[in-house]
Design a protein around this ligand. Structure first.
Ligand code: ADP
Ligand code: MG
Length: 425
């Protein structure tokens, strides 16, 4: 037997849960798709396309709906000899200026051997190249600018939709599809950009638990073998997804995590169709994903952020929380000195407490000072202690292990041999 053996007990097609998978049908977006389709209809009629603007939070199906409709549009347009349709799909994540967008577009339209450098030209020159290339191509051009909220200046968002009106294009017809995850982006656009870019607006609302459940059921059918999922699993993933942000991506990730944990357990099915993914896997999967999110958050903090968090953690273990910032201070000062760092002034230290609160690691309560008036804030740790400790291992090394942590760790030792799912190291 080889070292690797194919395991297909649980998954029929795990890739169907990945980010890049395109579902054949979208569930529960009929109204939005209908509006979207109507906006694209002029393309099939051989008319000048509309500019369309989609907005809604992450994971609500904007990109999926766009890919779905554009692939149908491309296929259906090919039935008509007089339609010459060119689609350009650009994700603007990482492209912050109109200049970068314009050079990328030029290169998307050009052959491999004829690419331009992404720096060094005056912006007007790049725009000229773009108009020339589009006109040379002719036909109908749909340009998708996904995650367009990353673009910080709106020159290109004005120039592209108005290219024909401004006589920059004579041959090519052009339509822009702008997609934004950020609600405020649309409101912050200048009126002249808004009126041309947002000719047709389609809002994608967040999903509720019922929507998410249908999406997950559809995806699970493709990804898993029949009967391997407990009936409670999908409603649970959907409920968490609705509670978090109504984001289908997060819910699908949770389902995949649960499937992976079940697979890692190496429980093999004694009989076909035996249930192997349970609610416990979802709970454990959620914990894992949460841990990843928290570790990422903690890793993104400065060393002083870590010192403040470590201080609060030890005070928490000593039952001193909720606690005021000024009472955290002596511990923080001590830890900073032990780590060989100058302590920050009180106000800057308090900023770090606020940042920890924003990350969801710490919760804050406003209190009234009593008869003298005024308010103050109290902080308490709001996160699994072991998660924080494992993310703080660098600072633990610099400062040393505080007594409260030592005691916590020796008390918390779990009996040997118990490897139930809900336990984590
Ligand atoms: P957005 O672009 O709004 O951030 P996506 O289109 O990337 O969101 O959707 C996130 C994930 O959820 C993708 O994997 C997508 O296939 C899936 N998804 C979203 N909406 C639906 C839906 N209505 N039906 C099926 N899958 C969906
Ligand atoms: Mg998207």
């Amino acid at each position: 037997m080889g070292l690797f053996e194919r395991d297909t007990e649980i998954y029929k097609n795990r890739d169907a849960l990945r980010e890049d998978y395109q579902p054949e049908e979208l569930v529960g977006r009929d109204e939005e798709i209908q509006m979207y389709q109507a906006s694209l209809q002029p393309v099939i009629n051989g008319e000048q396309p509309n500019n369309v603007f989609l907005y809604g939070k992450t994971g609500v199906g904007k990109t999926a709906a766009t890919r779905y409709l554009l692939s149908h549009l491309e296929e259906d347009a090919s039935q008509y000899d007089d339609i010459d349709l060119h689609l350009t799909f650009l994700n603007c994540d990482g492209l912050t200026s109109s200049y970068q967008i314009a050079t990328r577009l030029v290169n998307e339209l050009r052959e491999e051997t004829n690419q331009i450098s992404t720096t060094g030209y005056p912006r007007a020159t790049v725009y000229e190249m773009l108009w020339d290339d589009l006109d040379a191509l002719g036909g109908t051009n749909l340009i998708v600018l996904d995650e367009v909220d990353h673009v910080e200046d709106d020159s290109i968002l004005y120039q592209l939709p108005r290219a024909r009106a401004n006589n920059n294009l004579s041959e090519a017809k052009i339509g822009i599809i702008g997609i934004s995850n950020d609600f405020s982006f649309r409101d912050d656009l200048s009126p002249k950009v808004k009126s041309s870019l947002c000719e047709q607006e389609i809002h994608f609302p967040a999903y509720d638990a019922g929507d998410l459940q249908k999406i997950l059921e559809q995806r699970a059918q493709v990804a898993f073998h029949d009967g391997v999922i407990d009936d409670a699993v999908i409603p649970l993933c959907a409920a968490y997804g609705a509670k978090d942000a109504g984001d289908a991506r997060q819910s699908i990730d949770l389902l995949m995590k649960a499937g992976d944990l079940a697979r890692e357990e190496e429980v093999t099915q004694e009989q076909p169709d035996e249930i192997v993914i349970t609610e416990a896997h979802v709970e454990a999967g959620r914990h894992d994903l949460e841990r990843g999110r928290i570790e990422e958050g903690i890793n993104g903090l400065t060393q002083h952020g870590h010192l403040v968090l470590y201080s609060l953690l030890t005070l928490h273990l000593q039952d001193e929380t909720p606690i005021r910032s000024r009472d955290v201070r002596p511990r923080y000062t001590n830890f900073a000195q032990r780590a060989g760092r100058d302590p920050l002034v009180p106000r800057r230290m308090r900023d770090h407490l606020s940042e920890l609160a924003m990350l969801g690691l710490v919760s804050v309560t406003e209190r009234n000072e009593g008869r003298r008036g005024g308010t103050y804030r109290e902080y308490t740790l709001d996160m699994d202690i072991e998660l924080i400790l494992s993310a703080l291992d660098d600072v633990l090394e610099d400062v040393g292990i505080h007594d409260s942590v030592k005691r916590y760790l020796s008390d918390g030792e779990s009996p040997e041999g118990d490897t139930s799912l809900l336990e984590f190291q």
